[in-house]
Design a protein around this ligand. Structure first.
Ligand SMILES: Cc1ncc(C[n+]2csc(CCOP(=O)(O)OP(=O)(O)O)c2C)c(N)n1
Ligand SMILES: [Mg+2]
Length: 421
């Protein structure tokens, strides 16, 4: 990717794409320790412009009275611009993933983070590289924001060998042990027990304190009705596990609204049964999300108190790329369009003089370019070979022959199908 000059440190990847790191290399994630976000910002009107200012006259970067009033430091601004950059990359990636699905480059299931970009970026900004992350199947944005290579993430969607899971996982099963991103789960709630187990393991590996590792377990609103959610929260409470459960409340589990599905639709309150502190936060603001998540992670690592964070977000399209969302009325679709958090965040940063319109256009075109490069890389990557089908399976002590089908008798290495050596 060319020219992502204002991003965090980058390294060369297999795809030749520079990758960004989702969080600081060491210590606190950006902006968290310094509490930079708590400084006063000018009021922003609903249309994203600074109150009392004209949208046609965005503040100039150097002489903006708005910017002067906010007493913003360059580093604060750089962090916000970085968030916009990450949100834009996720947006462009997801739009392209949808397009590639219709071109049959991507098969299977494919769920997009469109509308959830600030939520994703805020959560990943709170996470340290040493923390562990478990997610559901709607996880492309998390992978990118966690610092996984754009080309290798796209290659996984394409099912190619250079994909982050060797092309064996696809869209729902992104994985990177080095980045401590442990999936990518397709079964609703499937990520919750292993994430809770990982938090238990951390209590054996180290003691509580500011440098302790913690686990973040992301899930959707619908997932809070799964039994494993309640069992895991109970265990996390009684065993005092360093884990933050994050509910992305996008209002829907497939086509079912939260109000129809949940006896307690204020989902953060569901922690009450287990005396787990819950909090609800606006998912359209990456800084609010980051700070709420960072505080819960702090308590998890220092006090071994599990937390439950509900982030109010939007699913701008259907449940997956093949869902036209006909259950939504025209008014609801229009309303959602007006709630798109990306143009709002862009307008807010321009109005505050944090970036210019020109900066924003450049960032957007760089993201488009990076995603185009990712598609090229994915397309050039080979399909996995059928001979490799049984690699990475548990059954490593039996014959790894590609001719065996599920249900065939499994024979020790060196034995043929007739049962003789
Ligand atoms: C155990 C299980 N039941 C049902 C499904 C089918 N399913 C896939 S996603 C989904 C809805 C989940 O909604 P939510 O938790 O709100 O996540 P979102 O898709 O909104 O991100 C369902 C029912 C599944 N994958 N696994
Ligand atoms: Mg949902």
């Amino acid at each position: 990717m060319a020219g992502r000059t204002q991003g965090p440190a980058r390294s060369r990847s297999a795809s030749g794409n520079p990758t960004k790191r989702g969080a600081a290399a060491a210590g606190e994630p950006d902006g968290v320790a310094k509490r930079t976000s708590s400084r006063p910002r000018p009021a922003v009107a609903a249309n994203g412009t600074a109150a009392g200012r004209s949208a046609e006259k965005p503040a100039g970067r150097s002489k903006s009275p708005v910017r002067a009033a906010a007493a913003a430091s360059d580093s604060d601004d750089a962090i916000l611009v970085k968030y916009y950059r990450e949100m834009t990359l996720i947006r462009e990636f997801e739009l392209k993933a949808g397009e590639m699905y219709t071109r049959a480059k991507i098969g299977g299931y494919c769920h997009l983070n469109l509308g959830e970009e600030p939520t994703v970026v805020g959560l990943m900004a709170a996470l340290r590289p040493t923390d562990y992350l478990f997610t559901n199947y709607r996880e492309h944005g998390y992978a990118l924001s966690r610092g996984m290579d754009t080309g290798r993430v796209m290659a996984e969607l394409f099912g190619r060998v250079d994909g982050v899971s060797g092309g064996r996982g696809g869209s729902m099963h992104l994985f990177d042990a080095e980045k401590r991103f442990l999936g990518g789960y397709g079964i609703v709630g499937g990520q919750i027990p292993p994430a809770t187990g990982a938090a238990l393991a951390l209590t054996y590996r180290g003691t509580a304190g500011p440098d302790a590792e913690a686990v973040m377990c992301q899930m959707g609103d619908g997932t809070t009705n799964i039994g494993a959610f309640h069992e895991s929260l109970n265990i996390a409470a009684i065993w005092k596990l360093p884990i933050v459960y994050v509910i992305i409340n996008n209002g829907l589990g497939m086509a079912t609204t939260v109000d129809h599905a949940a006896g307690e639709p204020e989902l953060y309150k569901r922690g009450c049964s287990y005396r787990i502190e819950g909090k609800r936060v606006d998912g359209d603001d990456p800084v609010l999300v980051r700070d709420a998540a960072a505080e819960m992670l702090r308590r998890a690592r220092e006090e071994r108190k599990p937390g439950l964070l509900e982030v109010m977000s939007h699913r701008l399209r259907g449940h997956s790329v093949v869902d036209p969302a006909r259950y939504r009325s025209r008014e609801e679709t229009e309303r959602l369009r007006s709630l798109d958090p990306l143009p709002a965040f862009r307008a807010k940063l321009v109005a505050q003089g944090v970036m210019t319109d020109h900066d924003a256009v450049r960032i957007e075109s760089e993201s488009i370019h990076e995603v185009d490069r990712a598609v090229e890389f994915a397309d050039g990557s080979p399909e996995p070979s059928p001979e490799e089908l049984f690699r990475f399976t548990y059954a490593s002590s039996v014959a790894n022959t590609s001719t065996l089908m599920p249900g065939d008798p499994i024979l020790p290495i060196g034995w043929d199908q007739e049962g003789s050596r």
